[in-house]
Design a protein around this ligand. Structure first.
Ligand code: C5P
Length: 231
């Protein structure tokens, strides 16, 4: 899949989401549907947005025993999403079973990417609560390699980690990166942010952009600005 901008549709309801997507009359942006919208609106929202012609990254971050993840992935694959994800912390076996579940009878499947360590996890929290006594970036790269070993297509990571992930896991291994802000935009609650242009330079394959587009006065021109800088 070629480099693209994915809009994080973090809206509380299907109505709000359609109202937002209706603004795009000329293009069909790639969209990310997260837990809030999926749990609130149900699988129908995925079918409807797909029917409207958008590609979908379904961001549900599965993490359970291999058999449960495999069976759940099989359901998601039937929804015809383009990308879905899981927690690499579930282990290599869980990730392998996930791919089996995702693979359709004709051999096709959505792309599968892994969350390594959440960006909300600090070094201190990892050591004190999870009892992992390694540098955070070493843990992130190790989880990325585990994902690669299991046959996954890439990871969600900070754009600032994208080039290191490519060095460790190869150029073909996808990096999907949130934490994007325009040079003249508000940062909000994100910490380590970068611009679409810089993310392209570092080697992100997909950027996930929420509020810089969804909260913009003119979301369509904000989206076009992202596309111009990144693609
Ligand atoms: O509005 P904003 O651009 O900050 O949205 C970023 C999106 O990416 C949100 O949906 C957020 O949950 C998601 N995300 C993130 N950082 C991660 C993983 C996902 O910001 N490490």
């Amino acid at each position: 899949m070629k480099r693209d901008v994915i809009i994080a549709c973090d809206f509380p309801s299907a109505e709000k989401t359609y109202e937002f997507l209706d603004k795009f009359t000329e293009e069909k942006p790639f969209v990310k549907i997260g837990m809030e919208l999926f749990y609130g609106a149900g699988p129908e929202i995925v079918r409807e947005i797909k029917k409207r012609g958008h590609k979908i990254f379904l961001d549900l971050k599965l993490h359970d025993i291999p058999n449960t993840v495999k069976k759940s992935m099989s359901v998601l694959s039937g929804l015809d999403v383009d990308i879905c994800n899981l927690h690499a912390a579930g282990g290599v076996e869980m990730m392998k079973w996930a791919i089996e579940g995702l693979t359709r009878p004709d051999g096709t499947r959505p792309l599968l990417i892994a969350v390594t360590q959440l960006t909300s996890t600090s070094q201190e929290m990892m050591e004190n609560e999870l009892l992992i006594n390694k540098p955070l970036d070493e843990v992130v790269m190790h989880y990325a390699l585990n994902a690669k070993t299991a046959g996954l297509d890439g990871v969600v990571c900070s754009p600032l980690e994208a080039s290191k992930v490519h060095q460790v896991c190869g150029d073909e291994f996808l990096t999907v990166t949130p934490g994007i802000r325009f040079a003249d935009g508000e940062i909000g609650d994100q910490h380590r942010v970068t611009t679409p242009e810089k993310a392209k330079e570092i080697g992100s394959d997909f950027i996930v952009v929420g509020r810089p587009i969804t909260a913009a006065e003119d979301p369509v021109s904000a989206y076009r600005r992202c596309m111009n800088e990144f693609v």
